[in-house]
Design a protein around this ligand. Sequence first.
Ligand code: NAD
Length: 353
Amino acid sequence: MNTRFSYAGSPARIVFGDGSRDSVRDWIMKSGATRALVLSTPHQKPDAEALAHDIGDLACGVFAGAVMHTPVEVTEAAMKVVAETRADCVVSLGGGSTTGLGKAIAYRSDLLQIVVPTTYAGSEVTSILGQTEGGRKTTVKDAKILPEVVIYDPLLTHGLPVAMSVTSGLNAMAHAVEGLYAQDRNPISSLMAVEGLRAFARSLPEIVKAPGNAQARSDALYGAWLCGTVLGAVGMALHHKICHTLGGSFDTPHAETHAIMLPHTASFNAKAAANELAPVAEIFGGSVGGGLWDFAKSIGAPLSLRDLGLTEADLDKAAGIAVENPYWNPRPIDRGSIRQLLQNAWEGRRPAE
Ligand code: NAD
């Protein structure tokens, strides 16, 4: 086999296991920080306050203002608190929105970041920051953005509502599926992608049955780490482009949009990337898009863009935006086929491939 690739391992420290939240204080100390500002959304403020309490004299405050899409105004308000409290480290407790705020602070200040993820979004292991200003979303990639320490404690995910667990899990799986056919894929990213998909394939149905199943919660968070690492390591294609278009232009919810689109984008690329996607077909019962759709349906995922409030006129606009800036995809893209793909996802049809 004549394989060629380039590979760079992530420098981040990953700590995984039930109860590992209790090691946050130790990791602040080991990292040489002394003043940690704990971040969260308003919804998770009580958890952030409890964590700050447990961090004790190494905590300098809580900022519970994180919201979706990392608006610059929120980051600026948080930067004031960073200055007032003389924080030398942020501890982001939550999902992608809270991690986004921690990244935005680190991008501006190079403060140490410790992330304690409570969803499967995967942002904690990427050096990508998406932020919004005046309703416009921009994305930056910088080494300063990558969190230094990630503490995965499955116990913190037991309360993640089932519907969010399902959509967040499919969101993570989309990173792995696109990672498998990425132009810059490498043997390690592909191993991680397949292992991540297997972890979700076995855990999500169990979580739907029993949200407090400790083994399944652990497997799913393990899958989230793997799939997120793939997102951070290689380039994404059609699926992520369409989801960013829908989220950016029509404000569709992040995880749900990924969950609905994944079977359709995977099916679109199924023939062009048949070898790379063979493990997906194997894990999900023989076909790529159809198999992912059956899996999503079986765990109660949303299946139709129509249910997110999109109209058919929105699909015309979205197809136009999605093909405006050409980007790499295993199968060439044209407006007609993207419009059809969106139509299928809008109607919630099972993909053929
Ligand atoms: P989120 O962080 O917005 O969380 C949604 C809600 O669920 C919030 O109110 C949150 O407080 C709550 N929540 C989180 N964990 C919980 C738990 N265990 N129990 C109960 N409630 C909980 O949602 P998300 O899907 O994790 O993140 C989406 C955001 O992350 C988007 O803005 C997306 O663009 C971004 N993202 C960025 C990257 C990247 O690499 N830059 C990757 C993935 C996602």
